[in-house]
Design a protein around this ligand. Structure first.
Ligand code: SF4
Ligand code: SF4
Length: 139
């Protein structure tokens, strides 16, 4: 999987050749950052601690009724979560500070892109790296 380009292009063929020559990505390598949006509480800690300001997220408040009864609670619902890998320096601070285990290193080939725009990954793209995280079941 690549951050940009579509399957079957000369770019993808060149990438496949390169990856075949490199062999499998080591399990503990820092390649992509995967997001488990269900675990994210929109606490903003990762975005505030990122030294390069490459994480942006939006959320809204929603009132929910707890399953077992009791008083309604206000929770933050994640609307948008982007990481700009054009700015990221792979320091891992976002992953370290997340108190809810919502961010992970995914040892996938990448990020590779044909333009800077392709290096901006949204919530769905970041979630797409989750199956590559060691020890995680596919969603
Ligand atoms: S790895 Fe570092 S630079 Fe990249 S998004 Fe996380 S905190 Fe920011
Ligand atoms: S630190 Fe974790 S829970 Fe908080 S906004 Fe970032 S990914 Fe979501």
């Amino acid at each position: 999987m690549t951050a940009g380009g579509s399957a079957g292009t000369p770019y993808d063929e060149a990438l496949a050749t390169l990856q075949a020559a490199q062999g499998p990505v080591p399990e503990r390598s820092r390649n992509m950052i995967a997001l488990d949006a269900d675990a994210c509480t929109s606490c903003m800690l990762c975005a505030r601690e990122c030294p390069d300001w490459c994480i942006e997220l939006d959320s809204h408040k929603q009132t929910v009724q707890p399953d077992g009864g009791g008083r309604p609670r206000v929770v933050h619902v994640l609307d948008r979560f982007d990481i700009d890998f054009g700015l990221c320096m792979w320091c891992g601070i976002c992953i370290e500070v997340c108190p809810f285990d919502a961010l992970f290193w995914a040892p996938s080939p990448g990020p590779v892109a044909t333009s800077l725009v392709d290096l901006l990954q949204d919530r769905e793209q970041l979630g797409g790296w989750l199956p590559a995280v060691p020890g995680r079941e596919p969603p």
